[in-house]
Design a protein around this ligand. Structure first.
Ligand SMILES: C[S@@+](CC[C@H](N)C(=O)[O-])C[C@H]1O[C@@H](n2cnc3c(N)ncnc32)[C@H](O)[C@@H]1O
Length: 327
């Protein structure tokens, strides 16, 4: 494309560009060109230039400008990306619709927008969602080289836990047996199997297990994952002493499953115990429950007390990494 450009020696380029920007005459749809020691700065108005450099018409490349939702709304809205779906959590229906329209009109690759209509609830820990724009609720989410196919209206999933999952996954060695007690669609199980470990992954939600199986195949680790639909208290009975590492990602209720974890754990095992507690002393209830339930069978060493994220005002999501050594 051809545009009028101010021709300046490179040495004066930044000063002149700034003067042109201050006068709001830079053509932001076109790229600045460089040739033979000269800068060619595309401009929109040649009559009101604040500088005395010559103007030449020349061919310049278009600039790929992204339109973000904030450009449309005047302020950046709050949303999360799950593959090509945007998740918003907006109580005011008019505001939710405005945000959804801006997200769809932006240049972000977003196919649908969902608004949360409830908190995480029930045994399957799913939220209710309203489809505000688009048609699809299933998507492929990518996290640290793993592809997860899922439908957030049918299963639990939070993209916010990616860094925490990475922290746990990086501890795993290829020779381990890892038991994921509340596996969901596999965001721990799949990358752990990718490291070479053998994984048993259980979930009560049949839809989650169906996605977990698909995700195991998609990421080429199906031979190392046993995906099992059921209550982990029943499934765990078959795996006495099997696990080197146990993941207990069922905050609020994990304490009720410590007996099962103790049964599954081998003589030397690590548990990643998730909880949500008031921010004053968030680790104490979990530590007490672990000592009370498992203290007679195992020596208990707290390896790490990790604050994962803020969950609600004055509530935090935490993880206790705990070593169990059989007495
Ligand atoms: C908070 S989600 C975590 C899912 C997954 N670990 C993740 O990070 O996305 C808890 C999961 O535990 C499952 N669940 C709840 N009670 C269970 C039980 N008794 N046995 C097995 N799974 C259970 C739910 O269906 C849900 O998928």
């Amino acid at each position: 494309m051809e545009r009028p450009c101010v021709r300046v020696p490179r040495s004066a380029g930044e000063r002149v560009r700034q003067e042109l920007a201050d006068a709001d005459v830079i053509d932001t749809d076109a790229k600045i060109a460089v040739s033979d020691g000269w800068l060619y700065i595309p401009v929109t108005d040649t009559d009101n230039l604040p500088v005395a450099f010559p103007v030449e018409h020349r061919s310049v490349e278009p600039r790929n400008t992204q339109t973000l939702p904030g450009d449309i709304l005047g302020e950046a809205p709050s949303y999360e990306r799950l593959g090509d779906i945007a998740l918003v959590d907006e109580d005011d229906p008019d505001c939710a619709r405005r945000v959804a329209t801006a997200l769809m009109q932006s240049s972000l690759p977003i196919r649908s927008v969902l608004n949360a209509r409830s908190k995480v609830k029930g045994e399957h820990r799913i939220r209710e969602w309203e489809l505000l724009a688009g048609e699809e609720t299933e998507t492929v989410h990518r996290e640290y080289g793993v592809e997860l196919l899922l439908d957030v209206t049918k299963v639990y999933f939070s993209p916010r836990l990616a860094t925490e999952r990475r922290r746990v996954v990086e501890q795993v060695t290829p020779d381990e047996h890892v038991f994921d007690m509340f596996a969901g669609v596999g965001p721990f199980a799949i990358p752990i199997a990718k490291r070479g470990a053998e994984v048993v992954a259980v979930d009560l939600n049949e839809a989650a297990v169906a996605y977990l199986e698909k995700n195991a195949r998609r990421n080429e680790v199906a031979s190392r994952i046993a995906a099992i639909h059921g209550d982990v208290r029943d499934v765990g009975a078959e795996y006495a002493g099997w696990a080197d590492r146990i993941i207990m990602n069922l905050p609020h209720s994990a304490a009720q499953f410590l007996e099962t974890a103790g049964h599954i754990a081998g003589d030397d095992a690590i548990i990643h115990y998730y909880d949500i507690q008031p921010d004053g002393a968030p680790f104490s209830p979990g530590e007490q429950a672990i000592r009370a339930t498992l203290g007679s069978m195992y020596d208990i060493e707290i390896l790490e007390r990790k604050e994962v994220r803020s969950y609600a005002p004055h509530e935090v999501n935490i993880c206790l990494d705990v070593r169990l050594t059989a007495r």
